[in-house]
Design a protein around this ligand. Structure first.
Ligand SMILES: [Zn+2]
Length: 241
């Protein structure tokens, strides 16, 4: 079902989730590299329109401790709410189950065996995404909420990775934003999933996006921000030919 809504840029933020510079899963890292140039163009267009961009590369705040955008997030005054900021797990009161293969992580490569050991290799956001002094950097749910409150932001566009995990679960992700009462959309051409289903990555990704649409929030494509084309992974385009 399609419907149309107009959001004022001054009441809208984009939260960029975990677009890290590296990942222990080689194909997951490669898809971030592939998606980042298009995402950067979208962020530039959004910034020009006055949309607040919040970069949220989890576990990388040390790297940004001197950045103006990081200091901006830390300086936003505390906004009180009764909603807890936490990792928001699967919520059986609200959402139907995701199949086992869409839940199971470890590696999203098209290989019979996982590509390598599961460990944290990321140190920053991918540098392809430019961070402006007008932007903010935070991986803390309360801080992100403080920023949104300071700017009277009602609408949140979530993009980044991974759809089935951090995009839904982080304390600045989709579930949290829904619990906080924000108007949330997922930018569905600028996300990727992390699940274990060799040979069927993109159908799994689409199933997860369908799950988000069904139980959590509507989706948009990035052309509604830029007025230009949306993004598709080369491998996905090849599959659909
Ligand atoms: Zn892998």
């Amino acid at each position: 079902m399609n419907s149309k809504a107009e959001w004022k840029p001054s009441e809208t933020a984009i939260v960029v989730v975990d677009m890290w510079n590296d990942h222990h899963c080689k194909s997951a890292a490669q898809r971030v590299v592939e998606m980042a140039p298009h995402m950067n163009k979208v962020l530039e267009a959004a910034r020009r329109r006055g949309i607040l961009i919040v970069h949220a590369p989890s576990n990388c705040m040390d790297y940004y401790k001197e950045a103006t955008a990081r200091k901006r997030a830390q300086a936003a005054p505390l906004a009180k709410t009764d909603i807890k900021f936490q990792w928001n797990y699967f919520n059986p009161d609200r959402e139907g189950p995701l199949s086992e293969k869409l839940e199971c992580a470890g590696c999203s490569c098209d290989l019979p065996e996982p590509c390598g050991p599961d460990k944290r290799v990321w140190t920053s956001q991918i540098v392809t995404l430019k961070i402006d002094d007008k932007d903010a950097i935070s991986d803390n749910g309360q801080e992100v909420y403080n920023l949104l409150s300071e700017e009277d932001i009602k609408n949140v566009i979530v993009m980044g990775v991974h759809t089935n995990r951090c995009v839904l679960g982080r304390p600045f992700g989709i579930r949290q934003m829904v619990y906080l009462g924000k108007n949330v959309v997922l930018c569905r051409d600028l996300t990727d999933s992390y699940h274990r289903d060799p040979g069927a990555h993109f159908s799994g990704l689409n199933a997860i996006i369908g799950h988000v649409e069904r139980y959590w929030c509507p989706t948009i494509t990035s052309d509604s921000i830029t007025g230009e084309g949306s993004f598709a992974f080369a491998a996905e385009q090849a599959e659909s030919k």
